[in-house]
Design a binder for this molecule. Sequence first.
Ligand SMILES: C[S@@+](CC[C@H](N)C(=O)[O-])C[C@H]1O[C@@H](n2cnc3c(N)ncnc32)[C@H](O)[C@@H]1O
Length: 299
Amino acid sequence: MEYHNPVLLNECIKGLNIKPTGIYVDVTFGGGGHSKLILKNLKGGRLFAFDQDKSAHKNALPAEGFKLINTNFRHLKKFLRMEGVRKIDGLLADLGVSSHQFDVAERGFSIRFNGELDMRMNTNSSLSAKEVVNEYTQQDLANVLYKYGELRNSRAIATKITEASAKEAITTTGQLIDVVVNMVPKKNRNQFLARIFQAIRIEVNDEMKALEEMLLDAVDMLNEGGRLVVLSYHSLEDRMVKNLIKKGKIEGELEKDFFGNPIKDLKEITRKVIVASKRQIEENTRARSAKLRIAEKSK
Ligand SMILES: C[S@@+](CC[C@H](N)C(=O)[O-])C[C@H]1O[C@@H](n2cnc3c(N)ncnc32)[C@H](O)[C@@H]1O
C-alpha cells in the first residue's frame, strides 16, 4: 500500500520558490512525496527533513544534499545548528498524520479499524491515548475534548468515558467507540468520532505546542525572502498559522510601530488560503480538509 499521497504537491513546491542552491527544510517528511520534488528543484542546495515517526525513515531518499532527522520538529533550531545550519531559504510543513499512520490499525489513529489505543507518532514517547482516556480526570479529559476537538458536549463525553474506564480499562479504539457512539445520531457519528480521536491525538502528541515552537523557530531562521509553506488540516492549526502570518504572533492583535508600520516578519504571498480543487479531492481524499498558507520573510 502507498505510504502517503502528497497533498497540493505542485502548489507547495511553487510556494517555496526554490533557489537551486538554497537550504530547505521539510519538517513533516512522511512518505517523502514533497521532499522528492524539492530535491528535483535543487542543484547544489540542501534539504533537511524531519519526522518523529521512525516508520517514515524507511522512505529516506538516497540523494546528495539530503538528510532525514528522526526527531520532533519542535527541535528544529537545535538540530539544524548541529548540522551547522543557522539560516534557511524555505520550510514546508504538511501537518498531522500520514495515510500510513492512519492505515495501520495497531497505531490506533483511525476510527475505521479496531486497534490499540495508542496514537503516538513517536512510539518512544511515554504518553499514549490509553493514559489520556483512562487516567485523566473527567475535568482534564473534558478540557482536551473541548480545546482540541471543539466538541460542545465535551463534559458529557468525558463523563461517559471516565465512568466506563472506572469499571473496565479502555484499551482499544473499538472499546472507546462503543462507549461514546450512541451519544449522537447515526448520520453524525463519523464526524463526531473523528473529532474525539483528533482531540486525543493532539493531546498525546502535544501537537499545538510543538507547532507553535516550530513556527517561531522557522520565522527566526528564514533568510529575507525565504518562504514558509504550511498545509494544515483542522481549524486550530490553520488559525495559528494565519495569526502568525497576518498578525505577527500566535495570539493577540497586530501591533504597529511609531510610524504606523505593522510589526511582523512575514508577508502573505497569497491573500486567501489555498484549498484543493474538486478534482484534486476526488483523486486524493486527504486533500479535502487541507488549507495551504504561504508567506515570505520580509526582514
Ligand atoms: C501528513 S504527513 C506528511 C506527508 C508528506 N508530506 C508526504 O508527502 O509523504 C505528516 C508527517 O509528519 C510527521 N509529524 C507530524 N508532527 C510532527 C512533529 N511534531 N515532529 C516531527 N514529525 C511530525 C508525522 O509522523 C507524519 O509522518
